[in-house]
Design a protein around this ligand. Structure first.
Ligand SMILES: *Cc1c(COP(=O)(O)O)cnc(C)c1O
Length: 361
């Protein structure tokens, strides 16, 4: 079997064992004589999968009982609106840190519900880095501070989260959730579209703290209230059962690999190999991102010309290296090396980068 080297930014590569498990269990799952897609979400077999996925997330983050783990629909994009819809009143201010394409969308939605203070406008530095603490113009007593932990398109990442003087952090962690362990306590809410780092498209993971949940507005539509889903363990309506099942398979595989410390070491090794290759040949590879803000998930760089970039993507594809093209809004090259991207794929692309530079430099 020939699996491609998959560097797509999302939907993205899944671990082969997680896919093979799904293949094996597809037509007769858990002895039910049905697939998981054909079984009631109220069955005890389904509930076991659902609760195992939640338990694994809790375990990886040592998550306190004061957090709820929810599985919702609508992607991270719905959370851009659902967060302020639930948390922000018209006379309240939320601080948003603008670091890329996705934070801009989050800001636009928040403005529909309340006051938005852009605590740092990344456009002033070309979106090439994460702000330093002293650059943040935070509002005393803000409702929350919103950040995008990893900027999937620009290739920047927060390596230390900001100090907010007790104001709860809200984070879009769609493209780096569980790339390593972190202290969840400063976070009031975290949302994650699963299709980058953790599973297939179709499910959004939300972590919400009790005190934040208690303060949510009560007059929203039932399906758009976090409280509805928290109260029913995300079984108020039919959840995306197959997507949740795949997330469970991915998380179970991560645990088998050694859990968070092993996942982090694996990710650092992979990104390190690619950045070393870039830095070793600055005549040919140009990394636009500030070194201290480099993403471990999405590695972006430029080649000497757009023609060479087109050629690089095409030759890579011919060697079964997929998804090397930068986002259409920024151009260049992007290698996404999420949790599930194997080391062999990174070794292959690094070899290709060196050979390509030699042949075209
Ligand atoms: C992909 C992405 C989104 C959008 O996710 P959808 O699930 O497509 O709505 C939002 N934020 C970040 C950081 C992303 O990478």
């Amino acid at each position: 079997m020939a699996r491609a080297h998959n560097f797509f930014a999302g939907p993205a590569v899944l671990p082969l064992p997680a896919l093979e498990r799904a293949q094996q269990e597809l037509v007769d799952w858990a002895g039910t004589g049905t697939s998981i897609m054909e079984t009631s979400h109220r069955s005890k077999e389904y509930e076991a999968v659902h609760n195992e996925a939640i338990a694994l997330i809790r375990e990886f983050l040592s998550l306190g009982e004061n957090y709820h783990v929810l599985f919702l629909g609508g992607g991270a994009s719905l959370q851009f609106a659902m967060v302020p819809m639930n948390l922000l009143a018209p006379d309240q201010t939320a601080d948003y840190v603008h670091t890329g394409t996705w934070s801009k969308k989050a800001i636009a939605e928040a403005k529909l519900f309340g006051r938005v203070n852009v605590a740092f406008d990344g456009e002033t530095v070309g979106l090439t880095r994460i702000p330093r603490q002293e650059e943040l113009k935070l509002t005393p007593g803000a409702r929350y501070v919103h950040i995008t932990s990893n900027n999937t398109i620009k290739g920047t990442q927060w390596h230390a989260f900001p100090e907010t003087a007790g104001v709860p952090l809200v984070a879009d962690m769609s493209s780096d959730f569980l790339w390593r362990a972190f202290d969840p306590k400063p976070f009031g809410l975290i949302y994650v579209g699963a299709q980058k780092n953790l599973g297939p498209a179709g499910v959004t993971i939300v972590l919400i703290r009790d005190d934040i949940l208690a303060q949510c507005k009560a007059d929203n539509p039932t399906m758009l209230k976090y409280a509805t889903h928290a109260k029913e363990n995300s079984l108020f309506n039919t959840p995306p059962v197959f997507a949740i099942y795949m997330v469970r398979n991915v998380l179970a595989h991560m645990k088998e690999m050694g859990g968070m410390p092993a996942v982090e070491a694996h990710n650092r090794r992979k990104a390190g190999l690619i950045y070393e290759t870039i830095d070793a040949d600055p005549e040919f590879f140009r990394a636009p991102v500030d070194k201290a803000s480099r993403s471990m998930m999405n590695i972006v760089f430029r080649l000497p010309s757009e023609e060479l970039e087109t050629k690089f993507v095409a030759e890579g594809k011919a060697q079964r290296m997929l998804g090397l093209k930068g986002h259409r809004s920024v151009g260049g090259i992007r290698i996404s090396a999420y949790n599930s991207c194997p080391l062999e794929s990174v070794e292959a692309v690094v070899g290709f980068m060196k050979a390509f530079a030699k042949a075209n430099g």
